[in-house]
Write a protein that binds this ligand. Structure first.
Ligand code: FAD
Ligand code: NAD
Length: 473
């Protein structure tokens, strides 16, 4: 039986990064993964690279280019005639990016001498992992591990009234592969995926109706930003209905008949396709958790402590399969931490400074606490804001929608949260993460020189506004 210092189960951004770091630290490492890519072959990268972060961003960029040519170039004095759309080329470009990256990870595995075991991984008693070929054919292999890292990720949640057929009713994976633009698209859930993929198909010409069960919009974001974002997304054409619950769906020859209920009563909605984006759940199917006594909590997550240790010595769990935001970078950092702790280092992950980004246009990004959360904690704070309409660079780019908000402790001035709605928010938030990681105060941020003209000046001005000394508003 082959023996490894570390065996990782799951090859997404949590697992593959844990494997690379383990190997870098001199440990013999194997990774088991069962993901089959679009070409029918085993691929690394998990959800993120194959059906999540990367393909969705590829389509968000393509669709944004198309939208700009049609609607934004005119005011720059650029006339584009006979613009047409080729969805298969757009999808093929996305697939090429995915395969470049998944092959890149396979290359990193070779470079770091990581053994890639293709198939379904199952925990066995005595720190063993069995690997069953995904096709069901071939021999089952069993390997011995000194340490096991579980990184089995998450899968989409479903709702009983909507059966996913990946044709008329699809999940996020199906919504990345439409071969033509649906005329009418229903999106269930106005969360991150609903807004990102709803935006893609709306920019490409679909009439998109979003049905969200909650009465409030984007409850995890700053309330002021959520309000502004809702107004902007509606202006862009996303027909977002809050407090709307789907009661039934009937698939017919010419689309899907949805019945939903909101405060005004029951409504019918006819669409060509439906995307179900109502959240994701941790994936532990077939892991054999019960037999090996691995503790899974009532929400389905593998229970871990702050260092990702499970209840079984030398077995760790990281990424979407454990509590915390379901974000690729959160899983990757947990992977690095666990590998380093196995190697005897004292690494930890600061879960307070994990940034979030929603890649709509404009983007929404934040780190740290919202005003609502701080009020709940009865913590006193001061906020500073800066609207992008007052930014020279935003005006030059014609991207004046949005704002930056900096929240600081009333007593110490330490930055507690930064919230951005605007162009380049995904990049701007990094400055806030660095500042918070170093316990910077709003004044520290206000004292840093920011290049002119840049969008980052809006972060500077919002920090100045915490002490009511913004210069350009
Ligand atoms: P996964 O990426 O889910 O990987 C788990 C892997 O384990 C898979 O390959 C799976 O096949 C394999 N596996 C599971 N069980 C077994 C087993 N028993 N044996 C062998 N293999 C197994 N996050 C961001 O940070 N930014 C984004 O922009 C972003 N966009 C997203 C867009 C979409 C449409 C979706 C769906 C998600 C997006 N996410 C994004 C979330 C991100 O994809 C996840 O947080 C991330 O992939 C989690 O990484 P992971 O390694 O924990 O799990
Ligand atoms: P989500 O939790 O962001 O949003 C799901 C939405 O569906 C919520 O607003 C919820 O109230 C609503 N909902 C639930 N049940 C419903 C029902 N029956 N009818 C109508 N609405 C209903 O989940 P998601 O958008 O599916 O994304 C899953 C996770 O994937 C995200 O939470 C995030 O962690 C990750 N993700 C991240 C990014 C990113 O970082 N940019 C992008 C995509 C996905």
């Amino acid at each position: 039986m082959k023996e490894f210092d570390v065996v990782v189960i799951g090859g997404g951004p949590a697992g593959y990064v844990a494997a690379i770091r383990s190997a870098q630290l001199g440990m013999s490492t194997a990774l088991v993964d069962e993901y089959i890519g679009k070409k029918g072959k085993h691929v690394l990268g998990g959800t993120c690279l194959n059906a999540g972060c990367i393909p969705s961003k590829a389509l968000l960029d393509s669709s944004e280019h198309y939208h700009r040519v049609l609607h934004k170039f005119d005011s720059h004095g650029i006339k584009a005639k006979e613009v047409s759309l080729d969805v298969p080329t757009m999808i093929a470009r996305k697939d090429k990016i995915v395969s470049t990256l998944t092959q890149g990870v396979a290359g990193l595995f070779k470079k770091n001498k990581i053994t890639w075991l293709k198939g379904h991984g199952r925990l066995e008693l005595g720190m063993k992992v069995s690997v069953k070929p995904t096709s069901g054919e071939g021999e089952k292999e069993v390997v011995q591990a000194k340490h096991i890292i579980i990184a089995t990720g998450s899968v989409p949640r479903t709702i009983p009234s909507l059966t996913i057929d990946q044709d008329h009713i699809v999940d996020s994976t199906g919504a990345l592969d439409f071969t033509e633009v649906p005329k009418r698209l229903g999106v269930i859930g106005a969360g991150v995926i609903g807004l990102e993929l709803g935006s893609v198909w709306s920019r490409l010409g679909a009439d998109v109706v979003v049905l969200e069960a909650m009465d409030d919009f984007l409850t995890m974001t700053d309330e002021q930003i959520a309000k502004e974002a809702l107004k902007e997304f509606k202006r862009q054409g996303l027909d977002i209905h809050l407090g709307a619950r789907v009661k039934s769906a009937a698939v017919g020859k010419d689309g899907v008949d949805l019945e939903y209920e909101d405060a005004d009563g029951v409504h019918d909605l006819k669409v060509d396709k439906v995307v179900v984006a109502v959240g994701r759940k941790p994936h532990t199917d077939g892991l054999n958790a019960t037999e090996v006594d691995l503790f899974i909590d009532e929400s389905g997550y593998i229970h871990v402590d702050e260092f990702c240790c499970t209840n079984i010595p030398d077995i760790y769990a990281i990424g979407d399969v454990v509590q915390g935001p379901m974000l690729a970078h959160k899983g990757s950092e947990e992977g690095v931490m666990v590998a380093e702790r196995i190697a005897g280092k004292k690494t930890r992950v600061n879960h307070e400074t994990i940034p979030w980004v929603i890649y709509t246009w404009p983007e929404i990004a934040w780190v740290g606490k919202t005003e609502k959360a701080l009020k709940k904690e009865a913590r006193e704070f001061r906020s500073g804001t800066f609207p992008l309409r007052a930014s020279g660079r935003a005006l030059a780019m014609e991207e004046t929608v949005g704002m930056v908000k900096v929240i600081a402790a009333a007593d110490t001035d330490e930055i507690l949260g930064v919230h951005i709605f605007g162009a380049s928010a995904s990049e701007l938030i990094a400055e806030a993460v660095v500042a918070m990681e170093y316990n910077a105060s709003a004044e520290d941020l206000a004292c840093i020189v920011h290049a002119h003209p840049t969008m980052s000046e809006a972060v500077h001005e919002a920090a100045l506004d915490v002490h009511k000394r913004a210069l350009h508003i």
